[in-house]
Design a protein around this ligand. Structure first.
Ligand SMILES: Cc1cc2nc3c(=O)[nH]c(=O)nc-3n(C[C@H](O)[C@H](O)[C@H](O)COP(=O)(O)O)c2cc1C
Length: 390
């Protein structure tokens, strides 16, 4: 296997990725009142320096009420543009493309950080805007018995929210991001509109499938007004949510979104029930790849595959089998931020250290040329050696 596809550059609209490796949005819960901190610079920076083609900054909230935790990133005001640009500039200096995911937590807002128990937050004096942070959703239906009943949005508020997504896209562009992803998955606000379980509205945003799709379609239209034509737009969907929304609905939606200017569907699953989005039904290598393949074939749109893609040869095979156009590596890149360099080495790509900055690539290259250290500490050629190929 030559590894050619994973490391073949790809142009979407006017933006060229140097390879097909994407760092998917991963919350850091480390913002300060919505502002990025040095942690964000370091975190995005290490992935960009590690050789990924595209680094997507975590779900960043389009309004204050949409924050999941006290540590969520915000983009609901122009004051966030300059601090976000600091992160963008560093990603670009590493010859990677900077992306950002826009999100709104809906009825799952105002929660603890996952490592603090993943439950509704308790009121404390430090949270001065507690009432303004009341969770909102399409309908007054709780996520589960463990979660509070959200306030149902008024129709007028939904129209304001659509504009908030558009303004957030404008700010993302002003901050210098080149790829935008809309978070439509994992049981958060957009997914809540899509779901007949969470959305029991009787106005034009609820009821029939097309009414339930209306919010995301209007958001996409508002975003495309402000997001330049030459910049790619992705949408992440829970293609299967195990609660009434599945691949057929997702493919119908993807076709509509494509006509509205969406380039890539990022294919995830779950989250509308207590089932964790990143676990899914079956925990195995590539567990969400069939969802990506389905959307790619049935909606004729580019897709990104994500979920337990661990090895370079595994990623390469997904591309060769035409199951996806882009490969997102999430938790494994937390384990090894230099995953792209590592994969290039294992796949036998020419100049595996060329993708990364000379500050360390040069030394690893000379070490390899001198015939020593060609096998890094992570050496293992892939699925077969892991003994878990199936
Ligand atoms: C720490 C952490 C934070 C995450 N934050 C987000 C997020 O902000 N937006 C999102 O759509 N998915 C988020 N995810 C899900 C990942 O993007 C990815 O879909 C998931 O981890 C499965 O891929 P993996 O098996 O390669 O990790 C997060 C996952 C992790 C582990």
């Amino acid at each position: 296997m030559s590894g050619q596809l994973l490391f073949t550059p790809m142009t979407i609209r006017g933006v060229t990725l140097k390879n097909r490796i994407v760092v998917p949005p991963m919350h850091q819960y480390s913002a300060d009142k919505g502002f990025p901190t040095d942690w964000h610079l370091m975190n995005a920076g290490k992935f960009a320096a590690g050789g990924a083609g595209l680094v997507i900054v975590e779900s960043t909230k389009v309004e204050r009420r949409g924050c999941g935790t006290v540590g969520d990133l915000g983009i609901w005001d122009d004051k966030f543009v300059a601090p976000l640009n600091r992160v963008v500039s560093f990603i670009k200096q590493q010859n990677a493309v900077a992306g950002i995911q826009l999100g709104h937590s809906g009825r799952k807002a105002r929660a603890t950080r996952p490592w603090e128990g993943d439950r509704p937050l308790e009121r404390t004096p430090e949270i001065v805007d507690w009432d303004a942070w009341t969770p909102v959703a399409p309908s007054a239906i709780a996520h589960s018995e463990r979660w509070p009943v959200p306030r149902a949005l008024e129709t007028r508020e939904i129209k304001d929210l659509v504009q908030a997504w558009g303004q957030a896209a404008r700010r993302a562009n002003e901050a210098g991001f080149d790829v935008l992803e809309l978070h439509g998955a994992h049981g958060y606000l957009v997914h809540e509109f899509l779901s007949e379980r969470a959305n029991q509205r009787s106005d034009e945003y609820g009821g029939s499938e097309s009414n339930r799709m209306r919010f995301l379609i209007e958001v996409t239209e508002a975003v495309r007004v402000h997001w330049p034509d030459h910049k790619p737009l992705f949408v992440r969907l829970s293609v299967e949510d195990n609660a009434g929304w599945g691949p057929e609905q997702s493919a119908r939606l993807a076709k509509i979104l494509k006509a509205k200017g969406v380039d890539v569907i990022d294919c995830s699953s779950g989250g509308i029930t207590e089932m964790a989005p990143i676990l899914g039904k079956e925990i195995k290598y590539s567990y969400q790849v069939p969802l990506s393949e389905y959307i790619r074939r049935n909606a004729d749109i580019m897709t990104m595959a994500v979920g337990l893609i661990i090895h370079g040869d595994q990623a390469e095979q997904i591309l060769r089998d035409e199951q996806a156009d882009l490969i997102a590596v999430g938790r494994e890149i937390l384990n090894n931020p230099n995953w792209p360099m590592d994969a290039a080495l294992k796949l036998g790509v020419d100049g595996p250290f060329r993708n990364v900055p000379p500050q360390f690539g040069y030394w690893l290259g000379t070490r390899a040329k001198r015939g020593f250290g060609t096998r890094p500490s992570t050496w293992q050629s892939g699925l077969q050696e892991a003994g878990k190929a199936s």
